[in-house]
Ligand binder design. Sequence first.
Ligand code: GLG
Length: 753
Amino acid sequence: MKIDLEARSQEKFGRPLAELDDTTICTMLEDIVREHAATMPLNEGKRRLYYLSAEFLIGRLLTNNLIELGVYDDVKAQLAAAGHDLGAVEEREVEPSLGNGGLGRLAACFLDSIATLGLPGDGVGLNYHYGLFHQRFVDLQQAAEPDGWLDRQDWLVKDEKAYTVEFGGFTVKSRLYDIDVLGYGRTTKNRLRLFDLESVDDSLVPVNSIDFDKGELAKNLTLFLYPDDSDDAGRLLRVYQEYFMVSNAAQLILDEAVERGSNLHDLPDYAVVQINDTHPSMVIPELVRLLVDVHGFEFDEAVSVVRRMVAYTNHTILAEALEKWPLESLKTVAPRIAEIVVKLDELERAENGSNDAVAIVRDGVVHMAHMAIHYGFSINGVAALHTKILEDTELHPFYELYPEKFSNKTNGITFRRWIMDANPALSGVLDDVLGTDWRTSCDLSGLLAFKDDDAVLARLDDAKSEAKAGMREFLWETQGVRIPEDAIIDVQVKRIHEYKRQQMLALYIIWKYLDIKNGNIPARPLTIIFGGKAAPAYTIAQDIIHLILLLSRWIAADPVVSPHLQVVMIENYNVSAAERVIPAADISEQISLASKEASGTSNMKFMLNGAVTLCTLDGANVEIADLVGDENIYTFGTSSKEVERLYAEHAYDAHAHYLRPGVKLLVDFIANPAFLALGNAERLHRLHDDMAWKDWFMALLDIEEYIQKKEQVLADYENRDAWRKKSLVNIAKAGAFSSDRTIRQYNEDIWHL
Ligand code: GLG
């Protein structure tokens, strides 16, 4: 593709490029890319993949698309010649708010890889007008505000397809919007299909508040991702949303299959559906419903068709995320779906001998994951350890029934965004050292040959410094925070959740603070960076944010400690912020309680960008540790086997751990009088007591070993030569975590596109 920005500027605005402002240029570039993408044909193939997901955390698209189209450098040069900086232009784009955490970002990386491999496959989800929420910090606490991204975006294109969705008692019409998904170096494309409500009403949402009228269903279904589910109205709204999503998706799938020549009896030859976690699992009864009620299939045949085209990915073993809906709710939302679910349950009981442990409907509750496993042909976990836990414990009865359905697909990340886009300095070094093949092969192992090459190590080090400078600028401009140039950058960015144990890193900060107070001055400053949102209804997670913000302020105000220790919490952490902070990190904090983090994907992004991992042996950390070897990673903590035993035998005694002198000192610091005076006493007491008495995710079990390990990491950092080698090995081994690899595996084992 050829772009002439000067000509475009004259033609559109009658002015030279030099005179346009950044926002205008940004929109102009988006228009150029969107118009070009509109002319690109879709990836073709008899069978098409539909990746159904409640979330697609796609991030800004402009830079990424320019890279995919191979015109990034040219555009940058044309802008520079006219006195503009593409970096500043990129900052004008508003990040779409269609996702939440790892699951949504994984879906986005997958779309990129599916398109890059030229496979025919679309994402299908919802067009949330206010996204999850926009996080602000007010009085050292999280405030959640509507994220009005939609007004200012330029990528959605209206599709002519539209459907009717029938709920119990009322009917709504949908609208479909598409975002073109380009692949690296490809001339064909896929799409992200986002359904919206025709009768949606943005004005239901007050300014600055995410509380809205949950009753007005025909107007509110697509306003927010994961509306507060702490009460019945909120939970019911989620079921309505999910049914709206899958009913539209199922109608689209049948429609397009017929267009491609299917007679629907052969539907599995034309479509395969990947259910991303349980949110879209009602697509199973919905497909059955459409085949039976609209297309005249016998129930048994409809079930047999659906069974051959639906696959399910499990992303967590946390009970709170394995959805269970009251059958009564389904009856309210979609009575016919409730009927079909009951029939599916009866059929399953007849086939498998009515075993309550694997039942779909039990005591009036519908177990969505169970339905997806019985009526899908494939179930996969997202890292080797996670899949093993599914097979051996969490889903063991299912594994006994259907061992052939189970497989592992270790997660991956797209190198286009997480290195080419996010870290141009490092990409440049890799181009020079390895040639540009790595950009498509994602094989970085050639770097290992340069492990003892001073020049290459120095260049990698320069790239790290450049990334750090970019991050410093970003945090200064967005939050007014200054980070010392020589600081070690230690980062934990992810959703705030007790199992991820941000509270344990907070305890380390308290320890370090006291240690410096005691006169142990570190060799160089340490900057600890957090980022992440807490679900508005998740009180303890909010309390953890409060503690972090309080520590940040407290330490910054202490003249003895602040030159050596700094705590920063990124406000409204999102993909754009991740692209700034991950390339700059020296230490990657992956400290979840073993067995609880299914995979993690930030661990892979940090590694790819040369950070060294400090971790428990959880999720994909286990695979990272195997790849890089003991000398290039720091592991600690109770093993997942032992953690499982402690839970099973109710053998973890939080209070006994709290009472250990070194530990009590740290936990009690949370509720020290000065903190109580400066912060929110209720939050601090609650968090303190929770840790002292409950500590469900066993932070106190691992805290001492964690502190020791971290001190070792900091000491080792001072051996600059050895550290640079560790960093190089981490980059070199990261090829295993390219999402291209993951998608090839999905395609070979499950989709067969
Ligand atoms: C989940 C898990 C993560 C996982 C991600 C993608 O908690 O460990 O990496 O999905 O599979 N809810 C999530 O973000």
